[in-house]
Design a protein around this ligand. Sequence first.
Ligand SMILES: NC(=O)c1ccc[n+]([C@@H]2O[C@H](COP(=O)([O-])OP(=O)(O)OC[C@H]3O[C@@H](n4cnc5c(N)ncnc54)[C@H](O)[C@@H]3O)[C@@H](O)[C@H]2O)c1
Length: 378
Amino acid sequence: MVNAGGNVAGNGRSNGAVDSAFWAGKRVFLTGHTGFKGSWLSLWLQRMGAELTGFALAPPTDPALFEVARVADGMTSIIGDIREREVLERALVEADPEIVIHMAAQPLVRASYDDPVGTYATNVMGTVHLLEAVRQAQSVRAACIVTTDKCYENREWAWGYREDEAMGGYDPYSNSKGCAELVTSAYRRSFFGGDDTPAIASGRAGNVIGGGDWALDRLIPDILRAIGEGEKVLIRNPLAIRPWQHVLEPLSGYLVLCQALWDEPAKASEAWNFGPRDEDARPVQWIVERMCALWSQNGGDKAGWTHDQSVQPHEAHYLKLDISKARAQLGWQPRWTLAEALDNIVAWHRAWASGADMHAYCFDELERFQGANQSLAA
Ligand SMILES: NC(=O)c1ccc[n+]([C@@H]2O[C@H](COP(=O)([O-])OP(=O)(O)OC[C@H]3O[C@@H](n4cnc5c(N)ncnc54)[C@H](O)[C@@H]3O)[C@@H](O)[C@H]2O)c1
C-alpha cells in the first residue's frame, strides 16, 4: 500500500493528467475495442500516437460507434473471442505490447440473467485467458483490467465503497466482475509480484454515459431511442442512484493508472475506483428530465417519460464509489460535471443525426476533454 496521500504517479506525471507524450509510440493491446468504451479509448490512443492493436468480437450494436467513427482506420483491429485462449494468446504475443488494457466483457446486468454461463465464460475465464497471455508475452510492462463498481458486495449504503471492501455481486454480471477482480488479485500475487514481471492493476468505474452508446437496457441509449421514435421514455427505477460519469472520465482514469503502473509498478499494482464527484451521483429521474429538456431546447420534439411498473429482475438501487484513493495517490479527478456530460451527449447525437463526420467530431470532443484535463491539472 502507498501511504494515504502518497503519490504514485512518478516522472513528473503527478498531476493526474493523461500524458500524450507518454503514449506516443507505445505499443498497446486493447480488448473490447469494438465496444462503446473501447471505441472511445481507441480513438484517444490513436490521437496520442499509440501503436494500437485491438481484440474483440464484432461491434455489439447496430449502429455502433466503432463504425460510425471509423475507429478501425487508425489501428490493427482483430476480431476474435477471448473465450478462445490460444487465439487470444497468439494475437497478444504477436502484437508484442508494452501495455495491455482489458475491457472485453459481457457488460449488461439483464443479459447476464438470460445467459449466466456465457457471462461467466467471457468475464471470468476471458480474464484468466488474458492474464495467461500476458504471462506468455515477454513484452508487457503494465496491464489494466477493467471491472465495475458493481463488483462490490452492495449493502445499499449511503456512503461510497472503498477499494478494500468485499467483492460480491447479486446478479451474474456483477458477480462475474467481482470474480474477475479476485482472479486479477490471485494472478498478481501468484505470478506478477517480481521486479521483472508486468505490473497489474484493476479499474472500477460506475455507469458511463456518452455519445455513441446504442446498447440495449442502458439509460441514455433508451432515452435517445424513445425520443427518436417519438415515444415516452420508459423508466424502470426512477429513484435509483448511480455514479454517472462521462465515458472519457474513467478512460482517463485507466490511462493515468497505466502511466502510474509504468512509473511506480510496485505501488500502483492495486485496485482503483474511478467514479464521479459526490454531487453527480443522481437519481435516474433527474437525468431523464434533464435529457428531455435539453433535447427540446435544442430544437427537438418535446420529450417525456413514464414509470415502467412491470416486474423487473433485481438491480442495485444505491451504489456510490469512494474515489479518495485515486484523487490522493494518482492525482486523478473527474473533469466534466454531469450537466456538462449531458450537454455533450445531446450535441453528439444531434451532430450524428445531421450527418456530421463523427470521426472528426470525436477527435474534437477528445481535444475539449483533454484541454479541461490539462488546464485543471496545471
Ligand atoms: N458501460 C458502462 O456503464 C460500464 C460501467 C462499468 C464498467 N464497464 C466495463 O467496461 C467494459 C466495456 O464496456 P462497454 O460499455 O464498452 O461494453 P460494450 O458492450 O459496448 O463493449 C464490450 C466489448 O467487449 C467485446 N466482447 C464481448 N464479449 C467478447 C468475447 N467473448 N470475446 C471478445 N470480445 C468480446 C465486444 O465485442 C465489445 O468490443 C466492460 O468490461 C464493462 O464491464 C462498463
